[in-house]
Write a protein that binds this ligand. Structure first.
Ligand code: DUC
Ligand code: ZN
Ligand code: ZN
Length: 464
């Protein structure tokens, strides 16, 4: 035994009980009552604390070339911030180049990530090109341990409806899971051009060019195609009520449709775009109105939101400022990787959801859906010892100066949390304690994921 975490309250997705956790060689060796420390093992007193699985952020864009620049957190800074917010695995998006196979795209980014990452990492591939046999390279990627792919319905690298459909068809055969960024590209482009020509240039018009119906129509279209093929579909960063309703309906009908939302859609409303510094909240899809926010929370409680992730894609203030006089020049994205687990756990601590629910959304469901359970996302013997110790009594006000990424501002500035993580272990190594990062560059390892396994009769149940 290398480490013994004693006397804490262990919280999993479906249970909470007082017990000790023994760790050996980076794995959970045992969970039980009154485990005796072995000679040489470090003992950590977790009395009055919660002991949780490390969170898994299913959606990050680290060092991503986007919006005329590169997102501010590289793999080192992004994973450092993750560790300090209790996140022990990140799934980063690799964007395929034209003419490149899916697995070559993964290897290209893995070579950059490997020497930098401080916690474990996995990838999804953002599909751009399926011509000349490239669609079939999905098979090699699945074999390599990257069985999840994303299509964008917007941006200059977005795919056509026909390509999206082909990718969904292929996913059925390959055991892959397709994720989608759903917004109606035509509407976004037309409304953007119209607002700018009318001199409507503030961040508020970013919201109005991509408002509720622009996202909802694309959600419904994507769900329609997935249903027609009975293919599993994962909608990333769902932010609107009508889309939430469509997900719920499809799930009630038994289809394997999964939705992710992000903390910023659960906390803020579109009113932020009326602020003088509203450009700092510019991301796509934008934060929506109050009704959508409430619908997302209802979806969380009902179980129709399956995961919480961040869409972490920070840009520095001077880059956000490119769009002071033209919202279309604001690089899209915000920081959130260090705030996800603390925010969701704080909402649990305040009584809005249970701690089990927060663990399910931020860790266990993510691992199940993306094929890395039970290595990740759970506390059980044999799993990686990715463990967070959480102090429910430690109150914390978010300030950028306390964050551990590279960004020079945060949209979460001044937000008060009830409770906070006080220690994070990545495969048994202490990487964060009491506000301080203690990990090391390059210690993170690639997590090989398995194809999604859906079982009948209810296709929403995932086997692992
Ligand atoms: N949306 C963002 O806001 N940033 C990165 C990519 C995306 O889809
Ligand atoms: Zn997206
Ligand atoms: Zn994204």
């Amino acid at each position: 035994m290398d480490l013994l975490i004693k006397g804490g309250k262990i919280v999993t997705a479906d249970a909470a009980f007082k017990a000790d956790i023994a760790v050996k060689n980076g794995k959970i060796a045992a969970i039980g009552v009154n485990i005796k420390p072995e000679a040489g093992a470090e003992t950590v007193d977790a009395a009055d604390k919660l002991v949780l699985p490390g969170a898994i952020d299913a959606h990050t864009h680290l060092a991503m070339p986007f919006g005329g620049t590169i997102s501010a957190d590289d793999y080192e800074a992004g994973t450092r911030a993750a560790a300090c917010g209790g996140t022990t695995t990140v799934f980063d998006f690799v964007l395929q180049d034209f003419g490149e196979s899916m697995v070559d795209a993964v290897k290209r980014r893995q070579a950059i990530c490997e020497p930098q990452a401080v916690v474990d990492y996995a990838f999804h591939v953002g599909v751009k090109d399926v011509s000349d046999g490239l669609l079939d390279t999905i098979d090699d990627s699945v074999k390599y341990g990257v069985p999840s792919f994303k299509v964008f319905m917007v941006y200059d690298f977005g795919v056509t409806d026909g390509v999206f459909y082909q990718v969904l068809e292929k996913s059925k055969k390959a055991g892959a899971l397709i994720a989608v960024h759903a917004e109606n590209n035509e509407m976004v482009n037309m409304l953007t051009r119209r607002f700018l020509s009318e001199g409507k240039t503030s961040a508020w018009y970013h919201y109005l060019s991509r408002s509720e119906f622009v996202e909802a129509e694309a959600d419904e279209r994507a769900i329609q195609w997935a249903k027609s093929l009975n293919a599993p579909l994962y909608i990333v960063h769902l932010a609107n009520k009508q889309g939430m309703d469509a997900v719920t309906k499809a799930r009630d009908e038994g289809y394997p449709i999964f939705a992710e939302t992000c903390p910023h859609y659960l906390y803020f409303t579109s009113d932020v775009y009326k602020r003088e510094d509203g450009r700092n909240w510019v991301c796509s899809p934008p934060v929506k109105g109050r009704e959508s926010r409430e619908a997302l929370w209802s979806g969380v409680k009902r179980g129709d939101i399956s995961t919480i992730a961040t869409d972490h894609c920070p840009f520095q203030q001077n880059e956000k400022d490119w769009g002071i006089d033209d919202f279309s020049k604001i690089p899209n994205g915000c920081a959130g990787i260090e705030n996800m687990y603390p925010y969701m756990l704080s909402e649990a601590n305040k009584g809005r959801i249970t701690f089990n629910k927060a663990v399910e959304l931020c860790a266990t469901n993510v691992a199940k859906i993306f094929g890395c359970a039970p290595q990740k996302g759970v506390l059980q013997a044999g799993a990686d010892a990715d463990i967070v110790i959480y102090d429910p009594k430690k109150n914390f006000t978010i300030k950028n100066e306390f964050m551990h990424g590279n960004n020079d501002h945060t949209i979460w500035e001044g937000v008060e949390l009830k409770g906070y993580p006080i220690a994070t272990y990545s495969r048994g190594s202490l990487v964060y304690k009491d506000g301080e990062f203690l990990g090391s560059k390059g210690a993170g390892k690639f997590v090989k994921c398995k194809p999604i396994k859906l079982t009948g009769p209810d296709l929403r149940n995932i086997k692992f």
